[in-house]
Design a protein around this ligand. Structure first.
Ligand SMILES: CC(C)(COP(=O)(O)OP(=O)(O)OC[C@H]1O[C@@H](n2cnc3c(N)ncnc32)[C@H](O)[C@@H]1OP(=O)(O)O)[C@@H](O)C(=O)NCCC(=O)NCCS
Length: 152
């Protein structure tokens, strides 16, 4: 039976990660972005189904919060619960590191991601003007936060 696993992303994984990144984003992270993030010590993990890449998650630990920088699922495997699983795993990692919550930015036009974050208890706390590149100028980001603990 096929086995899921979540493992730290290595430099050797980056070319495969980039194939997915280029497939699913209009403005993808570059090879350099992933390597720089790795060298900066960000939490970077890949989810595999046997030896096939399903998706990946990149998080940054800033003081007492985790910041979700990238959550991606291969196009043909989206909508099957993998994104939710990987996000919940990331939240578990943040809690293990004693973070008080998780912060993220999302494009207002990204209904799937917004829907996932809302369902997982992230609340809208603000917006960042002209945060993302877009074909016609730039797009704002919604800023969402999930507080951990009894009050979450
Ligand atoms: C966003 C993404 C990570 C979600 O992963 P996924 O595996 O496709 O999503 P899941 O199957 O786990 O769905 C989880 C939840 O998302 C929400 N969702 C999914 N599609 C949705 C849609 N079209 N509208 C609203 N909510 C939606 C639902 O709440 C769903 O939960 P449910 O199935 O219990 O109702 C994935 O679609 C992806 O990689 N998209 C492209 C990259 C991206 O935009 N990343 C996020 C950047 S902020």
């Amino acid at each position: 039976m096929a086995q899921f696993s979540i493992r730290p992303m290595t430099e050797a994984d980056v070319p495969t990660v980039i194939l997915v990144e280029n497939q699913i984003y209009e403005f993808p992270w570059t090879h350099r972005n992933f390597l720089d993030s790795m060298r900066a010590g960000y939490h970077m993990h890949c989810m595999w189904l046997d030896e096939e890449l399903v998706g990946y998650i990149v998080m940054m630990h800033v003081v007492d919060e985790f910041h979700l920088l990238n959550l991606s699922i291969r196009a043909d495997l989206q909508g099957k619960g993998h994104g939710k699983h990987l996000l919940q795993w990331g939240i578990g990692q943040a809690k293990l590191a004693n973070a008080i919550g998780m912060l993220l930015e999302v494009r207002p036009s990204n209904a799937e991601a917004k829907g996932l974050y809302e369902k997982e208890g992230f609340k809208l706390i603000g917006a960042r003007k002209n945060y993302y590149p877009a074909h016609a100028g730039r797009e704002d980001a919604l800023v969402m936060f999930k507080r951990f603990g009894a009050l979450a």
